[in-house]
Design a protein around this ligand. Sequence first.
Ligand SMILES: [Zn+2]
Length: 308
Amino acid sequence: VTSPAQPDAPALPVRPGADEMALAVDIGGTKLAVGLVDHDGAIHARRQGPTAGADGEALFASLAALVCAVLDEGAASGLAPSVCGVGCGGPMEDHGVTVSPINIPQWRAFPLAGRLAALTGLATRVDNDAKAMALAEGWRGAAVGVSDYIGMVVSTGVGGGIVLDGRLLDGAAGNAGHIGHVIVDPDGHRCGCGAVGCLEAEASGTAIAQLTGRPAAEAGPDDVARAGTLVGRAVASVANLLDLRLAVVAGSVALGFGAPFFTAAQAELDRRARLDFAAGTRIVPAGLGADAPLVGAAAVAWYRPDGP
Ligand SMILES: [Zn+2]
């Protein structure tokens, strides 16, 4: 799939220094991943482990062990990061100073950035994992050269990050783009956020497992098509609201479902996005695949919308 690159589009301001290396950390509801990402977006010394820990401190200890293993492996190869970028499940407070991931109950208002900075000695920036993925796709993936798009993650949860006019939208506390809590079925299921019928309560891996009684990876064709339809419905509202024409979707559930999921999503999007500017909006798989979370975490560290 080729991206509809806009010739006059401003380059997304992800600006690593020459030969600079980032320590990249991805924190999801199921797994933690850590690696070193170079200025071209290539990943080195990757490690991952389960999001496990009896409480917040134990979970941070699991993460710290992975971070130290990656730093040691990098040092043995002469690779030393100069910054740390983190993508973390949302929501968060104060633009990433503290995090309260809905799918990680051990952390509520947890000072992740400060703790990682103290551990590593690196300047550390934390952003939402789906916003990080959106940056990754605009820097090195399926949205290169596109000024207006939404990046989505359909995985344990459902998240999103929006680039509009070449800038990543933040919102008042940094949570802009949380498409998982757009209502797609007013008569649907109770969401972890407390509302009913959110996209995340209907089409996340967690929701699909609860609704079908088996892991999302074993979902049947009807369940795959339903998830795709509901994702397409949410994207249609975003396209109508924000005048963007591309949705790039990552995450183990969406990418695992593959073509039947994307076909259903596109069909629903075509039905629901009918204004002249929104008609023709496309929904495509992420270009970076499983690399998107760590490349995105590095992009968080190097995102400089206000100049070098
Ligand atoms: Zn919700």
